[in-house]
Design a protein around this ligand. Structure first.
Ligand code: FES
Length: 161
């Protein structure tokens, strides 16, 4: 589904962002800090913001898209209130985390990398999050759940619904 970026609601942030672009436009390597600032301000990088960057820094939009899609710290869609991560690192994978991921996909009705239409949940398949002793793990924002079976998934999600 398409998420509509509300220019009116984000007016002040857009002004602040424009200032940041202007302050950085002559600096070498300005694109990364400008993208990071945009991601932080808006929570994601809508096309309207990418167009502003393209104009402000005189960088083609296609080049900016290339950078944004390369780095996982940037997102082209808004994140949900609860960010679900299912670890597909080796230790978790051998203990069945793919089945956990499939179960979350089934429960939420969204694929990895997407956000539910009500903006409540977003789902990401992650690399190792450093909790291998608890494999397979699933995280919800800062909460980490370990040694899970697919049948545990619904109960965990229900806590946040
Ligand atoms: S592989 Fe999943 S936490 Fe390390």
């Amino acid at each position: 589904m398409e998420f509509k970026f509300d220019m009116e609601k984000n007016k002040e942030k857009l002004e602040e962002f424009k200032r940041f672009i202007r302050e950085n436009e002559d600096k070498q390597g300005a694109l990364m800090p400008v993208l990071q600032n945009g991601q932080e301000l808006f929570g994601y990088l809508p096309v309207e913001v990418l167009e502003m960057i393209s104009k402000g820094l005189s960088i083609p939009l296609s080049e900016i898209y290339g950078v944004v899609t390369f780095y996982s710290q940037f997102s082209l869609i808004p994140k949900g209130e609860f960010k679900i991560g299912v670890c597909l690192g080796t230790a978790c994978y051998v203990k069945g985390s793919q089945d956990l991921l499939n179960k979350v996909v089934e429960e939420l009705g969204i694929e990895s990398g997407k956000t539910t239409p009500d903006m409540k949940f977003s789902l990401t398949a992650t690399r190792c999050i450093g909790a291998c002793g608890l494999a397979p793990v699933l995280s919800v924002n800062d909460d980490v759940y370990g040694r899970l079976k697919p049948e545990d998934v619904k109960g965990i999600l229900d806590k946040y619904r």
